[in-house]
Design a protein around this ligand. Sequence first.
Ligand SMILES: *Cc1c(COP(=O)(O)O)cnc(C)c1O
Length: 498
Amino acid sequence: MEYTSTRNNRLRVSASFAIANGISEEGGLFVPTGIPQVDKAFIGSLCGLSYIGRAKKILSLFLTDYSEEELEADVRGAYTGSFASEKVAPVVNLRDNVNILELWHGPTCAFKDMALQLLPYLLTGAARRVSGGKETVILVATSGDTGKAALEGFKDVPGTRILVFFPSDGVSPMQKLQMTTQEGRNVGVCAIKGNFDDAQTGVKQIFTSAAVKAKLAENNMTFSSANSINWGRLVPQIVYYFSAYADLAADGRIALGDEINITVPTGNFGNILAAYYAKEMGLPVHKLICASNENDVLTEFLTTGRYNRIRPFHTTASPSMDILISSNLERLLFHLAGNDSDETNRLFAALKEKGEYTVSAGMLEKIRALFAAGCTDDAGTKATIAETFNGCGYLCDTHTAVGLHVYNDYREKTGDTTPAVIASTASPYKFSRAVLGAVTNDAFTADNEFDMVTELEEKTGTAAPEQLKTLKGKTPRFTDVCTGDEMTGRVYGLLGLD
Ligand SMILES: *Cc1c(COP(=O)(O)O)cnc(C)c1O
């Protein structure tokens, strides 16, 4: 299996090269030149396997320069012991043929763990093959969830270091404590005076500085990135759609070969793109339903063909979906254009210059055949949390509620009752304030996040994940705060290079 770039389709690289480098030199995203095909027998064979067995089978179709033994060790390392559910990504039946795919049983209680627990293994193998065995230094600027998930993934992974910068006043108290109490020998965490943009700008400057790069090289180190455009973050996500299908078939909820609908609450378009790859591989999927919050740029695009990022930015109760530029959409457009990088170059030049682009009528037709799309605001989100809890006894988080709301609308509007899977992307306890507000109609007494967790447990009779409960009262290990200008010095310090 070879990979090419969405901005230069003449390029040919290996999976290892794509994963070690993250982004292509000319700014494109790495994509497979062809999508591997599976048949009914292959899908049937997944039914009797554990999540680890399923992951190995799917990943080996894409990562053909990784040996069998290596992939086996990688998926075992990633998914053994670190997930609270033995099934890793369990499917829960909500009502009649509507099912929830819970992707938040990992160490940080959100779906980013599904990929970030595996990425460090994929990355160190890739670095061995293409970076001459240098130590890989992961640098992350985070607005909250990604930083913690990356720290948990890379902690104590041999051959790697991970450094995370977060805006000191831009994350919730719970998120801050999650990061500043991080354990591990190879981790470093530092707060930045400023907002997320300041942290991100600082990290980008360090990434592209020739002086820093040279200093790292002298010490046999090299930078890499763990952000969501890395193929090594996307490919692990394809697995759980197959796994969900196999679970439904094994439980007799569908017959092997039956179609399902998949709904995904979407921000950067990574999670739903993984579902698209699963469908293109041969997983029987009728519609991919893309759910957005008030930042509805994708709803407009998938229904009209016009992508226009010149619009107000809304801060919502589902913050991980507050995004106006969905980076991974580029991969979909490249594939739908018949792997034509001239077309992607044209569209993204227009986005840069004018803040918008419109795809051809032919491409829009393909998009509409594959996708349905919808959006809801915070009121709709909260109403869905309350309805789902009161009606089905199921407590969901704000992001999952956006997905459910859009799915319910779709089902009502179209009458399409194909068995459905809705991706659930975070534990409700990760967003206790909004969830507690939804189920109590804003009549609650707790005034800090930790007390809200306790009150949500009492009000709903559900249990919060241990790793969120035990956070309370922990002593921070990383208390350093610096300015943007001091970041390079902090990187050297944390790496022991000064
Ligand atoms: C990142 C995230 C999303 C959005 O996923 P994309 O792959 O960016 O579309 C949705 N929900 C939660 C909880 C997230 O952390």
